[in-house]
Design a protein around this ligand. Structure first.
Ligand code: SF4
Length: 74
């Protein structure tokens, strides 16, 4: 499963990194959500590969994002 964040529309609410801190974190530079380094695709802060054991929490974070900017694809 892959996940992406439309970072420029992030409101920095913190829901995703509170829900799934193993995969999402706050970027200290712009305060938007980003994907944790080891899961990034080609170093991208906004696109990553989700390990099997984090699929449920990434999906939950995507569901809970108030502006619905986290996309998950198989
Ligand atoms: S839940 Fe959505 S709006 Fe909130 S910090 Fe995460 S990506 Fe940004």
């Amino acid at each position: 499963m892959n996940a992406s964040i439309d970072r420029q529309n992030c409101t920095s609410c913190g829901t995703c990194w509170d829900t799934c801190p193993e995969f999402f974190e706050e970027d200290p530079d712009d305060h938007f959500s980003r994907i944790i380094g080891k899961y990034r695709n080609d170093g991208s802060r906004s696109e990553g590969s989700v390990p099997d054991d984090l699929e449920d929490c990434v999906k939950e974070a995507a569901d809970l994002c108030p502006v619905q900017i986290i996309a998950v694809t198989e």
